[in-house]
Design a protein around this ligand. Structure first.
Ligand SMILES: [Zn+2]
Length: 247
């Protein structure tokens, strides 16, 4: 008989299966992204009913099957219910799940990913930082965790630490004036933006959403984050398209 295992995770997506069941895609600390069937979850008296929703965080007891896992027990730590009451937050949370799913697979060790997603959903409900700022911070930090980080501390070409004032997505980060000239890079960025980028890639994850930006620096961050993602992430995200239609 196969052994039950206990994993800590967040539900990224839910889909309906047959008449009564649900299929959950869960990002877990221990096993990466796994598919879990919650049999009977749509029956009125099912103990899985409340827990088998998107964005739920908890401890899941599962049994491996040939191709996936079956859910045995759930102990919910956080439902993140309120995300569902706000259309825009719902779209952002779906995008954060989709972006996480793009980077993760079964067998990965995902402690950093899970911590990031958890504090990001918390920040989304906190209302202290704008949804848009949360998005750019999340994207850049997750890319950094996945080894596609933006180099923000020294010139990507020559290593110079002083006078870094330019950004180029293709080069992979910030540039000094001399290298920017050589590479014909013209996107100049402010010191505040450089400092913001350094903060995003290096601060402990629980402090990640502890700042706000002026409109000017926010516009710079949006420019840099979008260029950077477009350069290295080769996928169109459905939730992002929905988000752009909300305006
Ligand atoms: Zn340089």
């Amino acid at each position: 008989m196969r052994q039950e295992i206990e994993v800590t995770g967040i539900v990224l997506y839910v889909s309906l299966v047959g008449e009564y069941d649900k299929r959950l895609v869960i990002l877990t600390k221990e096993c990466g992204k796994i598919t879990v069937f919650a049999n009977g979850a749509r029956k009125p008296n099912s103990s899985f009913r409340a827990a088998s929703q998107s964005f739920v965080m908890g401890t899941f007891t599962v049994i491996p099957t040939r191709e996936a896992y079956n859910l045995v027990k759930v102990d919910v730590k956080e439902y993140f219910h309120d995300i569902a009451y706000d259309m825009e937050k719902m779209c952002y949370a779906s995008y954060f799940s989709e972006f996480m799913s793009y980077y993760t697979r079964e067998g990965d060790f995902c402690t950093d990913n899970l911590n990031l997603l958890y504090v990001t959903f918390k920040a989304l409900l906190d209302n202290r930082v704008s949804n848009e700022l949360i998005r750019y911070i999340y994207e850049l930090r997750l890319m950094d965790i996945e080894g596609q980080g933006l180099q923000a501390y020294s010139c990507v070409k020559c290593g110079e630490k002083e006078g870094i004032r330019y950004f180029d997505a293709k080069a992979g980060g910030v540039l000094c004036e001399k290298c920017a000239l050589e590479l014909k890079v013209t996107s100049k960025v402010s010191d505040s933006l450089i400092y913001t980028l350094q903060y995003i890639v290096s601060t402990p994850v629980n402090k990640l959403y502890g700042f706000t930006l002026s409109e000017k620096v926010m516009a710079e961050l949006a420019f840099v984050a979008e260029r950077f993602r477009n350069e290295y992430v080769d996928k169109k995200f459905k939730s992002l398209e929905t988000l752009s239609t909300l305006g």
